[in-house]
Design a protein around this ligand. Structure first.
Ligand SMILES: [Zn+2]
Length: 237
């Protein structure tokens, strides 16, 4: 038996289901976005720390080489006082110059990687600060979401059961029309006639139809928006 009373009840249930969906809103999407961001921060921090370790290792190697070269240079300089010929002196001087160039290039390399290290350390510190607030934000949203899902899931299940039992009382043709209108009309498929107008779209309901709607013997819908119409007093049954 299809009656307008069943459609009114169906609409009430669907409105409540819609409210539950809106309550969750974009929270699941936000939680997902924050989780992705958290993951990428953690990855970047890990990579930066690995690179910093490599730099430290490289730096101590470079330091070690530089010291060895400095020692060599000092030794050669000492030998300069002992040489007997110009040729020997020139040869030693050349070797010293060559070693000085090598030392220069090591020191330049050290400057470069120490700059890289400072930049990485700064970036990592900023990331770690961001991560802290991100993580606490994320956890708050996650626990909100879990709470909402928990609270609403039982309510949702009940409403869906009620929906099924209401639908069982309505003819398939009306149910499918109802579903079509519901999705086309923003979740509102059943509306009352108010001041001789459809309260869904505001268009006039002709007097004859208004009288039929008021009687409630059959199901009528608005000619303009297709929403099912009922008389205000039919809501309380
Ligand atoms: Zn209408």
């Amino acid at each position: 038996m299809s009656s307008i009373a069943s459609l009114i009840k169906l609409q009430e249930v669907d409105t409540q289901l819609q409210e539950i969906r809106e309550l969750l809103g974009d929270l699941p999407v936000k939680v997902d976005e924050l989780s992705q961001k958290e993951k990428s921060f953690v990855e970047e921090i890990t990579q930066a720390k690995t690179r910093i370790k490599e730099i430290d290792l490289d730096m101590s190697k470079k330091d070690h080489n530089a010291k060895a070269i400095q020692t060599k240079i000092q030794k050669l300089k000492d030998q300069l006082f002992l040489v007997k010929t110009n040729k020997q002196y020139d040869a030693l001087s050349q070797e010293i110059d060559y070693l000085k160039e090598e030392l220069d290039s090591i020191e330049t390399g050290e400057l470069e990687i120490s700059f890289e290290k400072d930049t990485l350390a700064e970036k990592t510190e900023a990331h770690e600060n961001n991560l802290e607030s991100l993580t606490s934000d994320l956890h708050e949203r996650k626990s909100n979401l879990e709470l909402l899902i928990e609270e609403s899931s039982e309510k949702k299940k009940n409403l869906e059961n009620i929906r099924q039992s209401i639908i069982a009382d309505i003819s398939d043709a009306i149910v499918s029309k109802y579903n079509r209108v519901l999705s086309a009309r923003n979740g509102v498929a059943v509306v009352e006639v108010l001041d001789a107008s459809c309260s869904g779209c505001g268009s006039m309901v002709p007097p004859q139809k208004k009288a039929e709607v008021k009687k409630g013997n059959s199901i009528y819908s608005c000619d303009v928006c297709s929403r099912f119409l009922y008389w205000p007093t039919q809501k309380k049954d």
